[in-house]
Design a protein around this ligand. Structure first.
Ligand code: ATP
Ligand code: MG
Length: 405
């Protein structure tokens, strides 16, 4: 048994010693069968949440309504969820409350895709009631049970199907794909936050291009925030290698660029309910993208103004758009950046306080102007970034009425 499971074995055994059933379930079992890195190890049990909490000394009731208790075991938190069915679904969404059951079968039955509905016991034995292993072998994403019914219960599953395509490179089964085509509009009942979560994973997957094509083919894109009239642009997304990007900021920036939403970018990103910080950062990247068309457009001022983090992010996106080697361009940018006399304002050898002292003048707009003048002079190598040198340069500057500076 692989290490992440082995570490949680004690937890499963304890539940069993108390007379309950307990299994590894979900993404970890799937990823183990795929030989992918195993993420969070989740556990399903016949014990009720309060029973789980009574057994283990360190627990956090994170989602009691849904039957989930986090158990701290050997310093690692594990989600332990009671076998459950989801009862009746309202408005094509996950229900607010669930029904706890004592049967593993029922719990596996409510799961979204066959590959995600495999359980594994403490001996490594698989309980695969819906052909999950076969689906994994065939690299097919197939709903557990009737696809149309499953997407009507919870329409987010359509987004999940396509984000798994992006992560795993699997194909959708014909029935699953057809059901998405027919039920795409139900996505509008789903909260934006849940859609955004899946979409971010979709953009990040190694097969994002395939996923973008599927969003168009199935018509699901129509129900994504701000996408309804973007079919043409969306086709463009499938042409770029998104794996060259390494952060959400770069991905959202490329998305906005390719969808031509530069003007109304904050409106667009707010519809996705993204944090304000990220929205501001995307705007910054887009601003640099619009002025830096070629790698030679990175001047000292632009790099200084952008700062290293934004400059590298913008250059990564720019290189991808232009089909250039991003790594090479970033290295070049790093070298240029290293040569700047100062890389940010607080590296300047003087402060406003020095200027007030030297000029014997109270603060005012002149202060910011002068600081900026010094900053530019240092940046361009007109004066060394050293206090006395700057003082001398300012004196000369005043004596010559600005001619020498
Ligand atoms: P990841 O590696 O991205 O975490 P995952 O398969 O673990 O993938 P989660 O969102 O963590 O996905 O969900 C854990 C498990 O819960 C899934 O494997 C699936 O069995 C079940 N599940 C999650 N969301 C749904 C849903 N909307 N409908 C039905 N089952 C779901
Ligand atoms: Mg998971």
């Amino acid at each position: 048994m692989k290490e992440p499971f082995r570490r949680a074995l004690g937890l499963i055994r304890t539940l069993k010693q108390h007379g309950y059933e307990a299994y590894f379930v979900g993404g970890a079992v799937r990823d183990h069968l795929l030989n992918r890195p195993i993420g969070d190890v989740d556990i399903a049990t016949s014990a009720l949440p309060e029973e789980v909490m009574a057994i283990f000394p360190k627990t956090v009731p994170v989602g009691l309504k849904h039957g989930t208790v986090v158990v701290l075991h050997d310093g690692t938190p594990y989600e332990v969820t009671t076998f459950r069915t989801e009862g009746t679904y309202e408005k094509y969404r996950r229900p607010e409350s669930v029904t706890f059951v004592r049967s593993l079968r029922k719990d596996l039955e409510r799961r979204d895709f066959t590959m995600n509905a495999i359980a594994m016991d403490e001996t490594g034995q698989l309980i695969d009631l819906f052909g999950g292993q076969q689906a994994i072998a065939e690299r097919i994403i197939r709903t557990v049970g009737d696809a149309k019914a499953r997407f009507s219960e919870d329409a987010l599953r359509m987004m999940r199907a396509i984000r798994f395509v992006s992560q795993l490179g699997f194909a959708l089964s014909a029935e699953t794909k057809q059901a998405i085509i027919e039920h795409a509009s139900l996505l509008s009942y789903i909260s934006v936050e849940r859609i955004t979560g899946e979409f971010e994973k979709l953009m990040e997957g190694p097969f994002a291009q395939k996923a973008f094509s599927l969003l168009v083919e199935t018509g699901l894109f129509t129900y994504l925030p701000g996408f309804s009239d973007k079919q043409e642009e969306l086709m463009q997304l499938a042409k770029y290698d998104w794996t060259k990007l390494s952060a959400p900021l770069e991905r959202w920036s490329l998305l906005c660029y390719l969808l031509h939403v530069q003007q109304e970018v904050s409106v667009f990103l707010r519809r996705w309910k993204l944090p304000n910080r990220l929205i501001k950062d995307v705007q910054t990247i887009l601003r640099f993208l619009s002025v830096v068309r070629s790698r030679c457009d990175w001047t000292r001022e632009r790099m200084y103004e952008a700062g290293a983090t934004y400059a590298y992010a913008a250059e990564t996106v720019r290189s991808l758009i232009n089909g250039e080697d991003g790594e090479d361009n970033r290295r070049r940018l790093r070298e240029l950046f290293a040569k700047l006399p100062i890389q940010e304002r607080n590296e300047l050898a003087i402060t406003g306080k020095d200027l007030i002292e030297w000029y014997q003048r109270p603060g005012g707009p002149w202060l910011a102007d002068t600081l900026q003048k010094v900053e530019q002079a240092v940046l361009h190598g007109l004066v060394e970034n050293e206090k006395e040198r700057i003082k001398g340069w300012l004196i000369l500057c005043n004596q010559t009425h600005g001619k020498n500076c």
